[in-house]
Design a protein around this ligand. Sequence first.
Ligand SMILES: Cc1cc2nc3c(=O)[nH]c(=O)nc-3n(C[C@H](O)[C@H](O)[C@H](O)COP(=O)(O)OP(=O)(O)OC[C@H]3O[C@@H](n4cnc5c(N)ncnc54)[C@H](O)[C@@H]3O)c2cc1C
Length: 445
Amino acid sequence: MRCLVVGGGITGLAAAWEATRLGHEVSLVEASDRFGGKVSTEVADGFTIEHGPDSFVAYRPAGLRLVDELGLGDQVQAVTGQRTVYLRAEGKLRPLPQGMGMVLPTRLGPFVTTRILSWPDKLRAGLDLVLPRLLGEEDVAIGAFLRRRLGAGIVTKFADPMVGGIYGASVNDLSLDAVLPSLRENEAQYRSLMLASLSQGRAARAQATGGRGPSSPFRSLTGGLETLVTALVAALREAGAALHPSTRLDSLADVDADAVILAGGVESSAVLLRGPAPEAAGALSGIPLSSSTVVTLAYPESAFREPPTHHGWLEAGPAPVSGVTVSSAKWPGRAPGGSVLLRGFVPARLGAIADAADADLQARVIEHVGTVMGITGDPSLTRIARWQGVMPSYTVGHQGRVAAVEHGLAGRPRWRVAGSALHGVGIPDCIADGRAQAAAALADR
Ligand SMILES: Cc1cc2nc3c(=O)[nH]c(=O)nc-3n(C[C@H](O)[C@H](O)[C@H](O)COP(=O)(O)OP(=O)(O)OC[C@H]3O[C@@H](n4cnc5c(N)ncnc54)[C@H](O)[C@@H]3O)c2cc1C
């Protein structure tokens, strides 16, 4: 069959890869002059700079599976050393307690002794142990649910910085069922979320080798994540797929293909489906989109009182960034010797700062990072990457919108929407979804 893929981000490329491997004729159109979409690595002055994602998780197998299929297995990087991440609350940087998951501790000791939470916060969290089950059938906001079970401390100091940072929205808006369905399962099975997390942590540690506990799940590639895109594009071309950069598809009306994979994102897919599948288009338009800006800064080590060895921090209070990654400490080979590479995140939820012009935004981030890290002098390299209105937020009711998109396309089983719009924003989710949708669109009927 002839398969058209719209969008050459990681989802579209993965869909094209699956379709090619299944023996179909593939063409892919990409509006911009480069492939990869949000996966974007720049090499400059000896620095390897990630403008979008900097890693993918190993526990969702689709990422590493694709890496292996492309022969990149020997280029996989794990984060350097122990994963030390801080949380900045009330002006102080404190290490995240060992064994802290996205929201809940998997070890009791470090949670009880952490100074990130006050004693009233900890006692309130302990109430979870005795509370009855609280969830009904309806989807709820993660923040509201956690506040009732564990109290406000856990929400503002852990859940919002960690989950909000990944999903580009506040936990007060994000959907429990779409983002953290395991919390619903855990409440159903264990009643107490704390007991569930501690018990799962014990089981994971028992499985981990050598008693060292599970290491960081984050992976990247030597040369940055765009290495994956470059290899995938080369492999697709070698396999005979026709890849067309600088080609935007504006309408599905005259498309001459047996199957169509829409991997251009929420807005692009909504526009293309507006005429032929209005119900699906309407449901897609109901998915809120958020924005984020990544500010990259490089300094000589001599600008620091002590060069940082930790991997960065998350902000749990008002600040011009939601977090900072020390890329040169987190990954091997990202900065020339004697240099430090940092990235700060300025998501739209921080308010006015996110809308500031480049110079102003950069100056505010430089000032803040400089104060927190004790930096003197100016950065030797700066970059700003703006991701404007392109990050889907899985807010309460998201699963209903997913069902409506799927219902709206039920009459056209060979047209599929794939990628971060519906089933997960992480790179392995996008790869898995791209491949699954391609296989489903091209299945024998
Ligand atoms: C700052 C940032 C940091 C992130 N960090 C991480 C991380 O560390 N780990 C992780 O797993 N995930 C991370 N993510 C999420 C992840 O990067 C994305 O969810 C994923 O890359 C989305 O891939 P995609 O192919 O679905 O969409 P995109 O990358 O957006 O690609 C869509 C492509 O389609 C093209 N297109 C759109 N419409 C059309 C059309 N009509 N015709 C032709 N082409 C079209 C676009 O030009 C674009 O290239 C991050 C995202 C951002 C923005």
